[in-house]
Design a protein around this ligand. Structure first.
Ligand SMILES: O=P(O)(O)OC[C@H]1O[C@](O)(CO)[C@@H](O)[C@@H]1O
Length: 541
């Protein structure tokens, strides 16, 4: 692998691949050669620093890393999450073909379908008012209590699918900071509230603490007997849910082969289903499934997740770019960058290979972003003229949902396209100077100002276009990025499906709690931690 990466570096140099502007000038068909479609989904990577030889090299890398074999093992239900001894089968949750998927000899599809049916019946009951609160009132507000993968997916998707939201209002509480639940409880009426406690493990301190606060709130306002009417739970740890006291009929299970950050398709999607209804939720699953079929079957050069992953690896390890910006020109995808941060960084922020040796590559990049056009007025300065090259990933719908605001959508499209064009084309010193002198600036002053107005150009971006942001399109987009993360992880030869890196902080927080409670001394901690504890406790007195 290392040699192949070195070859790619040499090829990039020899073919002057990073001169994207020159590549466009030399080839009128560059867009059609370096873009591909899947239905109404268009993936344009022509503004990346690729050419045929680079793609050949990336294909060789994929072969050497056995990406296709690894992909097949995932779909087959092999135990590919080796550190936790688990299969990785979020694809089974959206397996609309219903073809058999075996985990240790057992077909998981009957259980998947049974939970989906139970979720559907519950969601219908809440939406129609058949399932009421303890005082007989219809549920108007659903509050999801969860964090990480038990929060980010439903939060992101609920906003993304706002035009389809015809069920009760949704709220999300995740942070251990009491401000989060306190501000939410102020907005709701206990008689018409339903809390969904969402936790794969049902041990996460944030979720358990917020759930206990919510439980006390309901018991305090409506009496202990009301609790059963106002709570539901989603978890893989059904025994722990039972201990919390939630009625078994309101508990929706999933399985250890669903990673938290891949769980939006499971019962973790219950709040979304309550918001948009079972039919729309089904379309969302259909979208994910469409990408699964494509990822399994399409040849590499037309395979969008493969290309996304290979280009991601190329940016990181051949061209050395440290981060990637996710820039949806779609306000309703405002939480998509945050969602991808967990998906990508928790999956591929690793330093040890599948063989338990240190990785030989730079693994996952920093993933960040904001929706356009807001980002333009905040951090695009750095993307255009900063000293680091930051590959940008644009996404935009051909049609907005606001028919009478078509003009605003046109402005949105123009801005999106202008940004990728500007990044690629840039502006030379001569062009900058000519622009200034044409406006009457004298030569000497133009010489001083022009360098500040130079854009190097040749800054890579890719663009994803879809018809309209509907449940199917969203399902496709999420699955596309899930598989991209898979491909990059396979190239790095890491386990993308564990998350040991979040453990140490959790352990230390447990140890520090008695210290900040004033029950134990801080003397066993380093002097900074001890000093901070002392300052906080003094100020809190
Ligand atoms: O669903 P749970 O078990 O409460 O975990 C929440 C989140 O915590 C993590 O384990 C670590 O942050 C994530 O992977 C997960 O999505």
């Amino acid at each position: 692998m290392k040699a192949l990466v070195e070859n790619l570096k040499a090829t990039a140099r020899e073919t002057n691949a990073t001169d994207i502007r020159a590549a466009f000038a030399a080839d009128r068909n560059r867009f059609s050669r370096f873009s591909t479609t899947l239905g109404d989904l268009l993936f344009d990577y022509s503004k990346c620093a690729v050419n045929d030889r680079i793609l050949d090299g990336l294909e060789a890398l994929a072969e050497a890393a056995k990406v296709e074999e690894k992909r097949n093992a995932m779909f087959r239900g092999d135990i590919i999450n080796i550190t936790e001894g688990r299969a990785v089968l979020h694809t089974a949750l959206r397996n609309r073909s219903n073809r058999q998927i075996l985990v240790e000899g057992k077909d998981v599809m009957p259980d998947v379908n049974a939970v989906l049916d139970a979720m559907g019946a519950f969601a219908d009951g809440i939406r129609s008012g058949a399932l009421k609160g303890a005082t007989g009132k219809k549920i108007t507000d659903v509050i999801n209590i969860g964090i990480g993968g038990s929060d980010l997916g439903p939060v992101m998707a609920t906003l993304a699918l706002a035009p389809f939201h015809d069920g009760p209002r949704l709220h999300f509480v995740s942070n251990i900071d009491g401000a989060h639940i306190a501000d939410t409880l102020r907005l709701i009426d206990p008689e018409t509230a339903l809390f969904v406690v969402a936790s794969k493990t049902f041990t996460t301190i944030e979720t358990m603490t917020n759930a206990a606060t919510a439980r006390a709130f309901i018991a305090g306002k409506l009496g202990e007997a009301a609790v059963g009417h106002h709570f539901a739970a989603v978890s893989t740890a059904l025994d722990k849910v039972a201990a919390f006291g939630i009625d078994q009929k309101r508990v929706f299970g999933f399985w250890d082969w669903v990673g938290g950050r891949y769980s939006i398709w499971s019962a973790i999607g219950l709040p979304l289903m309550i918001a948009i209804g079972t039919e729309n939720f089904g379309r969302f699953l259909d979208g994910g499934h469409a990408i699964d079929e494509h990822f399994r079957d399409a040849p590499l050069r037309q395979n969008i997740p493969m290309l996304l992953g290979l280009i991601g690896f190329y940016h990181r390890n051949v061209l050395g770019y440290p981060s990637r910006a996710i820039l949806p020109y779609d306000q309703r995808l405002a939480r998509f960058p945050a969602y991808l941060q967990q998906l990508d960084m928790e999956s591929n922020g690793k330093g040890v290979t599948m063989d338990s040796t240190p990785v030989e590559f730079s693994t996952g990049p920093v993933v960040w972003g904001e929706p356009g056009t807001n980002g333009q007025h905040a951090f695009y300065q750095l993307i255009h003229q900063g000293t680091d090259v930051i590959p940008a990933e644009f996404m935009i719908a051909a049609k907005g949902h606001e028919k009478d605001l078509r003009h605003q959508h046109q402005l949105l499209m123009a801005n999106c396209l202008a940004q990728s064009e500007a990044l690629m084309k840039g502006r030379t010193l001569a062009e900058a100077k000519a622009q200034l002198t044409s406006k009457g600036m004298d030569d000497a002053k133009a010489d001083k100002i022009a360098p500040h107005r130079v854009f190097t150009g040749n800054r890579p971006s890719l663009t994803i276009v879809y018809d309209q942001l509907d449940p199917f399109a969203l399902g496709r987009l999420i699955a596309l990025y899930e598989h991209r993360v898979f491909v990059e992880g396979a190239l790095f030869n890491i386990n993308s499906f564990d998350q040991w890196g979040v453990e140490l902080g959790k352990e230390l927080a447990t140890g520090l709690l008695p210290v900040v409670e004033g029950k134990e001394s801080a003397e066993d901690h380093d002097s900074s931690t001890a000093g901070l504890v002392a300052a906080l406790l003094k100020a809190a007195r």
